[in-house]
Design a protein. Structure first.
Length: 135
């Protein structure tokens, strides 16, 4: 079974201050996909049977956002753009449980943000690995 969720949001705000008017808008889209895989097995070791049940969970979370708008000066019908900000992120995660005593997870995160005012683009890459063994 594949579990999924999708969310979309759009907001628009208008403000009038001392004759100038500004309209700002924000849009965001997010999606999450999650899939679980289950298995199991057993082996004989030194005459004793060892059984295990394992589970693999794979998740991907993606998000996009953009904000910006326009400004009108007093007495003018022409608008001046409000600089925009755009962001994108993709975050896959894999979690593996071999047994109740052995499990681990790994993730890679990617994010990118662009600011129109400065022309600056920031890229972030994250990597993580976790292993847990309980005695």
């Amino acid at each position: 079974q594949l579990n999924s969720s999708l969310n979309v949001s759009y907001t628009e705000n208008t403000s009038d201050t001392r004759g100038s008017r500004s309209i700002t808008n924000n849009i965001s889209v997010g999606m999450e996909l999650k899939k679980n895989f289950r298995g199991g097995g057993g082996i004989k070791l030194f005459g004793k049977g060892i059984d295990w049940t394992n589970e693999l969970e794979a998740t991907v979370v993606m998000a996009y956002g953009q904000s910006g708008g326009e400004r009108f000066q007093p007495g003018s019908t022409l608008s001046e753009p409000i600089p925009s900000r755009t962001s994108l992120s993709v975050d896959p995660l894999v979690r593996y449980t071999f047994s109740k005593n052995i499990n681990g997870s790994a993730f890679i995160g990617y994010g990118r943000t662009h600011l129109e005012t400065t022309g600056q683009t920031t890229t972030t890459v994250r990597l993580g690995v976790t292993a847990v063994i309980n005695f």
